[in-house]
Design a protein around this ligand. Structure first.
Ligand code: ACO
Length: 427
């Protein structure tokens, strides 16, 4: 039994239980704070607020640790494939062969997207950002799968999960093909999940698709590294949307919108655009470091810093190594990789970054690999969404199964006090 936390205010003492997680993280349980004291807590950006108890992902930002369901990210990235990791995140255990085959078979049965969805895609201009298109298509799927909306049993939940795991890669591929002017394709169910995704994205109408193992393995690893990251901005959005009992697909669509921002998943696109701008500007990394440090300049070093990692992001370490290997294996000499490494070296020695504990995050090197794999820059965040899909699903499922209450933060009002209405002619 942990000690209680005591709050003292205006001569009165209030006691609150302290909750301990399985990794000895401590939290003050303030469920009764308002009813006992009349006060609330104020924590913009939720920097100190735990929104839930969760058994999915553990991370220690100080030590640079990330584990899915207890398994180290380094081990999963090396030894598992994306579909196994998706199963692990969603259902809590690594699947045995039979379970994995069944999971994959169920997904294959649902891999068709209604032809009418193509009309919706058609209505978007080619210039539309793929994240906006993906979010809209994910939401539109509800109209074609109405039984996935009101979920009252685990069986219905399973079906909704299978449907979105099956249809989402098709939407991802269509989003890119639309932009590139390629005919839409349904892929090939005889292939592995990630290989099929790759084929759907890249198959040309006048050419046979040839599998490249280096490319598929790199893509698989990137998807695993993005698969979950506990209560980040998009995941919290998925959970809070779903907490009103909105369906899975629309909760995911909300999560995709949240991921789009450059301070979150959109950083991978922003990093590459930044590296390209530095290259076009003569490769002077110091100039951009100075801009990032200048408080008068809105420029930030994209791909650096993280709300919870105050040490190396373990995913960034894996991706940096993978970037070297993939570019080497594919025989690509990308000057942008050297610029990124140069920038990282300068930043890691610069007191501004050292004092603020700003390290490269998952997005710093991922864009370089995506680019080597032939994925257009505007699609980078879509690839992040593809990877994050099982994490969002797992978090949504956990929230629903635990019967969590609707998410509804409070506020401290700082506006006008009551005042009389002034008629228009007197204003
Ligand atoms: N470049 C320059 N300075 C930075 C950067 C950066 N990338 N990141 C943080 N800082 C500075 C801030 O200006 C602030 O300085 P101050 O204390 O002198 O005011 C200090 O470091 C703390 O930064 P905050 O913005 O308060 O940290 P917060 O936790 O709110 O933000 C965030 C984290 C949004 C990731 C931030 O580091 C950032 O904007 N990074 C660049 C965008 C990015 O790469 N996002 C992807 C994150 S990973 C992901 O979502 C998948």
């Amino acid at each position: 039994m942990k000690d209680k936390a005591i709050l003292e205010y205006e001569g009165k003492k209030y006691e609150f239980p302290v909750v301990e997680g399985t990794e000895q993280e401590l939290a003050i349980d303030i469920k009764t704070l308002r009813s006992s004291t009349g006060m609330i807590t104020l924590d913009p950006g939720y920097k100190n607020t735990g929104s839930c108890e969760s058994a999915i992902t553990y991370l220690d930002g100080e030590k640079g640790i990330l584990r899915y369901r207890g398994y180290r990210i380094e081990e999963l990235a090396e030894k598992a494939d994306f579909l196994e990791v998706a199963y692990l995140l969603i259902f809590g255990e690594l699947p045995n062969k039979e379970e994995l085959n069944q999971f994959h078979e169920d997904i294959r049965q649902e891999s068709h997207v209604d032809e009418e969805m193509k009309k919706i895609l058609d209505a978007f201009p080619k210039s539309a950002h793929p994240m906006g298109v993906l979010s809209s298509l994910t939401s539109a799927l509800i109209a074609f799968n109405p039984s996935s909306v009101n979920i009252s049993s685990e069986k219905e939940m399973y079906h909704a999960i299978i449907r979105i795991m099956a249809k989402f890669p098709v939407l991802v591929a269509w989003t890119m093909r639309k932009q590139k002017g390629l005919p839409l394709d349904y892929g090939d169910d005889s292939l592995g999940y990630v290989e099929n995704l790759h084929k759907m994205m890249f198959k040309r109408p006048n050419k046979d698709y040839v599998k490249n193992k280096i490319v598929i393995d790199a893509l698989d690893q990137l998807l695993i590294l993005h698969a979950d990251h506990e209560q980040n901005c998009s995941t919290s959005t998925v959970r809070i949307t779903g907490s009103s009992h909105a369906g899975l697909f629309v909760s995911l669509s909300a999560g995709i919108s949240a991921l789009w921002g450059p301070l979150h998943g959109g950083a991978n696109q922003a990093v590459l655009e930044m590296l390209e701008a530095i290259e076009a500007d003569g490769g002077d990394t110091q100039k951009y470091m100075n801009k990032a440090k200048d408080k008068e300049d809105p420029f930030r070093l994209m791909g650096f810093g993280h709300r919870v990692y105050k040490n190396f992001d373990p995913r960034a370490k894996i991706i940096k190594k993978a970037a070297d290997e993939v570019l080497g294996d594919l025989g690509i000499d990308d000057p942008i990789l050297s610029i990124a490494k140069g920038l990282e070296k300068v930043a890691l020695e610069d007191p501004y970054f050292v004092e603020r504990k700003l390290y490269p995050n998952v997005d710093f090197y991922s864009g370089i690999i995506y680019r080597a794999l032939g994925i257009p820059t505007e699609m980078f965040t879509v690839m992040f969404a593809m990877g994050r899909l099982p994490g969002w699903i797992a978090q949504w499922r956990e929230m629903r199964l635990r019967g969590e209450p609707i998410g509804r933060p409070r506020q401290v009002y700082i506006g006008e006090n009551e005042r009389p209405f002034v008629p228009l002619k007197k204003r």
